[in-house]
Design a protein around this ligand. Sequence first.
Ligand code: GDP
Length: 298
Amino acid sequence: MFETLSDRLTSVFSSLRSKGRLSDADIDATCREIRIALLEADVALPVVKDFVSHVKERARGVEVSQALNPAQQVVKIVNDELVRILGGETRRLRYAKNPPTVIMLAGLQGAGKTTLAGKLARWLRDQGHAPLLVAADLQRPNAVQQLQVVGQRAGAPVYAPEPGNGVGDPVGVARGSIDHARRQQHDIVIIDTAGRLGIDQELMKQAADIRDAVSPDEVLFVVDAMIGQDAVTTAQAFMDGVGFDGVVLTKLDGDARGGAALSVRHITGRPIMFASTGEKLEDFDAFHPDRMASRILD
Ligand code: GDP
């Protein structure tokens, strides 16, 4: 995960190790290297600019310290800036005062939404919740069945349209699921929605209609981290079309660069809340900006 950026930054820091004090020229050279490292990692340009200008400003203000040499001070600054760009604090799920808490998943087809629905259900079950999965992806053949398989593994029941009834009506299914959850004492509802291969208006409208019908407590935008900066474009389209409260990054295990992870928070203003790191249900956790920054700088 993020090997390219880690390697690049490590070599930037090692070139500072012999320095007793950092001149302005040293700081400029270091910032240039950091800029290249971030661009190579496919980080969006506005994020790169913001990051580098913060590092430069802070590096110039660094006092000679007994405790930390210049290289260590720069490592600390870069670490702090990575944490900031990744969102600072961990953003936890907001639960509804009156259950069920409704969580809606949106994103492109193949982003990993259905898998994520199962992961989230299992994660919530482990914390004592009783989630209900809702099959509102009625576009893709087998999507309902796939969610049923995932639900079985996660130990969470699935609410789906009866065969021949409600099959073409994802909004109706989503709406019906809330009453069902209340009757069956589910405190959380996770709605899996349809994704297309590309952004299209019909998809956005359907997702927006579902959102309007169920007023979710959280709309989570699920995005494949491996698509790099395209994640930013997709995120913006979903922000305009549906709106969302948080981001879930999937397939971080296959992401050698890190561009999506490092850009999406800054560009959309929405926090990364969860991360998926594999195909298995347990390859999933809440997203912690500080831990991610440490991994990059490890
Ligand atoms: P959806 O179309 O958005 O519902 O996407 P799916 O949940 O069907 O996932 C698409 C593919 O990505 C499947 O083959 C999943 O097994 C795979 N996948 C999902 N999440 C991850 C992940 O975090 N890491 C990896 N390596 N594969 C994943």
